[in-house]
Design a protein around this ligand. Structure first.
Ligand SMILES: Cc1ncc(COP(=O)(O)O)c(C=O)c1O
Length: 374
């Protein structure tokens, strides 16, 4: 039997123009704190419809500065889903606050507004919304709860650039939003991220903190604040600007691959394709199916791996991670929907350049794997 080539789990969508944009920066000699970073900030702010954007070195850095910018710290609680990437939660501990884990909706895996309302308490200062896998959360309900409970909203939109909720673009729906540009994201800067806000004070604090706590107009060796080096370099920023020029095309290609998977997988017993609510525009970050109860996911993953097809068990709940248990004790059994769903979700290889033949290979292998693993 001839072995098929291994399929990539993810892949950046790079064009010759992206390479040229980076090389141009190298030729210019201006490699940091320059015009490309400012251009990326202006372009992202315009794109999401918010007045300020602050480019940083990762999505995690953007989340960290979002919390610090809002003054979240010691003694505060932040409501957050557990069905997310670790960074949504780790930054809460890093600013000295405590997460309060909230369960998710069983169809689209975003925050369950009823559980948010139930868990908002006297110490709750902020709500971390995650537009998970590029599907916008239930923003109308969440904004209403945040309004009546006096919560600031951080939108972890790291997976959702380009997504829309009821005609409004994700990124301008909370007090602060963050996007990430790691190479598996819709657009990439290598490492990188950005914070977006309509709050000029948050923007100004974030600009200072990413740059060693310097004042915006201050001297290089004066540090009014305790800061970080979270700056985004010019090569990365130029790549981001160049990728943004092709964003519509990139998102369309990803949506076409998702539609092809939907078509190929919809007839396979034991596999549920992703749900997209009718009032949203999904920005496809990953393609995550849900296996029926009783299908052994580990066997499915091993079967696929054997055939050169990587898969990931997205997401492993954060409230059950060792670093959380160490700080909060054993939280098993506290989030029934998250815990049940997280044993059955499976991310398939996904990017905009996935060939139809490869999508077919994935679908065939998944069908075989699931029928063998029941
Ligand atoms: C939901 C979510 N939040 C935050 C991040 C962190 O972004 P980065 O890896 O750029 O730090 C990611 C990245 O995968 C993410 O998916």
């Amino acid at each position: 039997m001839t072995r098929d080539a291994r399929i990539s789990m993810a892949s950046p969508d790079l064009a010759e123009s992206d390479i040229e944009a980076v090389v141009e920066v190298l030729r210019s000699g201006r490699l940091a704190l320059g015009p490309r970073m400012e251009e990326l900030e202006r372009r992202i702010a315009d794109y999401v419809g918010a007045p300020y954007a602050v480019a940083v070195s990762s999505g995690t850095a953007a989340l960290h500065l979002a919390l610090e910018g809002l003054g979240i710290g010691e003694g505060d609680e932040v409501l957050v889903p557990s069905f997310t990437f670790s960074a949504s939660v780790s930054v809460i501990f890093q600013v000295g606050a405590r997460p309060v884990f909230v369960d998710i909706l069983p169809d689209v895996y975003t925050l369950d507004p009823v559980d948010v309302e139930r868990k908002a308490g006297a110490r709750s200062r902020a709500l971390m919304v995650v537009d998970v896998f590029g599907h916008p959360a239930q923003w109308d309900e969440l904004q209403a709860i945040a309004g009546s409970a006096d919560l600031r909203i951080v939108d972890d939109a790291c997976e959702a650039l380009g997504a829309e909720y009821r005609g409004r673009r994700v990124g301008a729906l909370g007090d602060v939003a963050t996007f990430a540009f790691y190479p598996n994201k819709q657009i990439t800067t290598g490492e990188g991220g950005i914070l977006v806000t309509s709050d000029d004070e948050v923007a100004s604090i974030a600009r200072s903190l990413r740059n060693q706590g310097r004042a915006e107009m201050g001297a290089w060796l004066e540090h009014p604040r305790l800061g970080y080096n979270y700056r985004l370099d010019e090569m990365s920023a130029a790549l981001g600007v160049s990728q943004l020029d092709r964003l519509d095309e990139i998102l369309e290609r990803r949506a076409r691959v998702a539609a092809e998977y939907d078509r190929l997988l919809s007839e396979i017993p034991g596999v549920r394709t992703p749900v997209v609510r009718p009032d949203v525009e999904m920005s496809w970050f990953v393609y995550v199916v849900r296996l029926a109860e009783g299908v052994d996911r580990a066997s499915v993953m091993a079967y696929m791996e054997d055939r050169g097809i990587p898969t990931r068990a997205y997401f492993s709940p954060i409230h059950l991670q060792p670093y959380v248990s160490e700080r909060m004790g054993d939280l098993r059994g506290t989030l029934p929907v998250t815990e049940a769903i997280a044993t059955r979700t499976l991310a398939l290889p996904f990017h905009g350049r996935l060939e139809p033949d490869d999508a077919r290979r994935v679908a065939e292998a998944l069908g075989e794997a699931v029928s063998a693993a029941c």
